[in-house]
Design a protein around this ligand. Structure first.
Ligand code: FPP
Length: 242
């Protein structure tokens, strides 16, 4: 049965920030003898449904990995399909999510995107700038190593010595809580240059499901599994109990 709200015990262990690697669109489409672009379209629909569900459940920050810097080497036709999805649907979908009081932030290097696509995402970001307390990060043309190098270069240019806190503030996610839980769909078990610094203490959850078929109930199961895990942050069980 569909369970919309977690119970009291689960609520107290709800992650504040969930990040999702939305893998498997292409394989999902291929299995149905459809083009990869069809998989991305279904993936985008599922992403919006999942985001609505996550905020309903009470998770204040969500990050979705939509396009990595490595993905930019994909065939032109596939990339154009993804950019067209953004051109046609991004503004409307983001409005739908952000009207829930969610501030959008785009993580990545917009100069690597076609200029009109960069403008669309920048406008959606600006349109949500009045919201505080809840956040949605869409990683687009994003790579974690490049993000770290960029942050270090900003510090060098300022003549600033970095600390763990100041480096964290210079990342695209500056000021936000670190992800507590990273979910990856699509059967692969790797990190793929995603939030390497921010996810230092995150719990990882891997699903064999392809992203378009990763349901709200599957998401709830990931949250419940997170609630059952004991996070020690490098300490002993006894220290945590104290
Ligand atoms: C990885 O699956 C997924 C992507 C490269 C794109 C993810 C994009 C969406 C879910 C929708 C688009 C959302 C926005 C905001 C543009 P894959 O295609 O590599 O799948 P595969 O591993 O099966 O080939």
């Amino acid at each position: 049965m569909k369970k919309n709200k977690p119970d009291g015990a689960e609520l107290s262990r709800l992650p504040r920030h969930v990040a999702v690697i939305m893998d498997g669109n292409g394989r999902w489409a291929k299995k149905r003898l459809m083009p990869r672009s069809f998989g991305h379209r279904q993936g985008m629909n599922r992403m919006i449904g999942l985001l609505e569900h996550a905020y309903d459940v009470g998770i204040p920050y969500v990050t979705v990995y939509a396009l990595s810097t490595e993905n930019l080497q994909r065939p032109k036709e596939e990339l154009e399909g993804l950019f067209d999805l953004i051109r046609r649907h991004f503004a409307e979908y983001m409005k739908r999510i952000c009207e829930r009081g969610v501030r959008l932030r785009v993580l990545g290097d917009p100069s690597l995107l076609p200029a009109d696509v960069g403008e669309i995402v920048a406008r959606a970001e600006r349109d949500s700038a009045q919201y505080t307390g809840k956040g949605l990060n869409v990683a687009l043309a994003y790579g974690s190593r490049a993000e770290l190098v960029r942050a270090a270069n900003i510090a060098v240019a300022r003549g600033q010595m970095l600390t763990e806190e100041s480096l964290s503030d210079l990342l695209y996610t500056g000021g936000q809580p670190d992800p507590d839980l990273v979910i990856r769909t699509g059967k692969e078990k790797r990190v793929s240059n995603f939030l390497l610094y921010q996810a230092a203490y995150a719990e990882y959850y891997f699903s064999d499901k392809m992203f378009p078929e990763f349901s709200d109930e599957d998401f709830d199961e990931a949250i419940a599994e997170y609630g059952r895990r004991r996070r020690r942050f490098g300490k002993t069980d006894e220290q945590i109990s104290d």
